[in-house]
Design a protein around this ligand. Structure first.
Ligand code: ACO
Length: 272
């Protein structure tokens, strides 16, 4: 797999910059790309030099969705086994990303279509270029938005917007994506990396055990009753204490005794 550079990454100042790297194909996701992404997540997830992962795309696209030739047509020609394998590989790395150990940020620099909503939703936070274009284009070529895309629309958009988005096959730009809640924020493309770096730098200063517990909790509690969520959150914090029992005590001490910070205004100094 060493020849496979359909996705790449570099690490700089504790940020892993992961990129879709098929710019000539608008970064659409082929089986080779899906396999390479899983390898990259394996390499980055527990690497001590990384604290945040950012996912962006080389060239003019973030990702033009699934590769209609290599992921659909050629895989289907090989039969059901190959189709299921390709699905396992794509859904596999998106699932891995949804529950990634470290905070993840989608930096949507351009086109984002269909299957691209899988990794988009998998990232904890999402920042888009105002110029980026988002679309559930499946309906334009005759299928429903599968591969989780319909679920993403329902999770992130209101009912009317989700229905319109899935049925009309019209694109929305980054600004509208932010208005609709598909991404956190949109900024001009020229400022996108600076803004994402700013956000990543804030995350790098927080307690990493608490961040993992918090991001998982946000994804989990949506499906729970209030009582179940209340109980889950107690258990999740107690489990976090198993990995880091001193952090929160430091946090309290630095506020109450040292008076070196105020939790309402910023983070305590995490011991490295
Ligand atoms: N699958 C396969 N090939 C693709 C895909 C894709 N999803 N997207 C782009 N390509 C290929 C094109 O066929 C073209 O290949 P070629 O150079 O061999 O002819 C190359 O990438 C460049 O694409 P262009 O269309 O020439 O690029 P342009 O910048 O003009 O348009 C756009 C970009 C709008 C993204 C266009 O490529 C497009 O509509 N792509 C398909 C988007 C889509 O609907 N994706 C599927 C979503 S549904 C799903 O994921 C399940």
């Amino acid at each position: 797999m060493s020849e496979n550079n359909t996705a790449t990454y570099t690490v700089e100042n504790r940020i892993a910059w992961v990129k879709f790297n098929r710019p000539e194909k608008r970064n659409c996701m082929s089986p080779a790309l899906n396999q390479r992404m899983m390898e990259i997540l394996d390499e980055v997830e527990h690497h001590p030099d990384t604290g945040v992962l950012v996912l962006s795309g080389e060239g003019t696209a973030w990702s033009a969705g699934m590769d209609l030739k290599e992921y659909f047509r050629e895989t289907e020609a090989k039969g059901l086994g190959a189709t299921r394998q390709a699905q396992r590989e794509s859904y596999g790395w998106w699932r891995r990303l949804r529950w990634f150990q470290k905070p993840t940020i989608a930096m949507v620099n351009g086109w984002c279509f269909g299957g691209g909503y899988g990794p988009l939703f998998a990232c904890d936070l999402a920042f888009a270029a105002e110029e980026a274009q988002f679309g559930l284009s499946e309906i334009n070529w005759g299928i429903l938005p599968g591969g989780g895309a319909t679920k993403v629309a329902v999770e992130l958009l209101g009912f009317r917007n989700a229905m319109y988005h899935a049925m009309m096959g019209e694109n929305i730009d980054g600004k509208k994506a932010a208005d609709w809640g598909l991404v956190n924020e949109a900024v001009p493309l020229a400022q996108l990396q600076v803004r994402v770096t700013e956000v990543a730098d804030v995350l790098l200063k927080k307690n990493p055990v608490a961040l993992k517990a918090a991001k998982d909790a946000i994804r989990r509690v949506g499906e729970m009753t209030y009582d179940n969520a209340e109980d889950y959150l107690i258990r999740a914090q107690e489990a976090a204490n198993f990995f880091d029992n001193d952090g929160r005590k430091d946090g309290i001490r630095q506020f109450l005794d040292d008076k070196s910070y105020k939790p309402g205004l910023g983070a305590y100094k995490v011991q490295s």
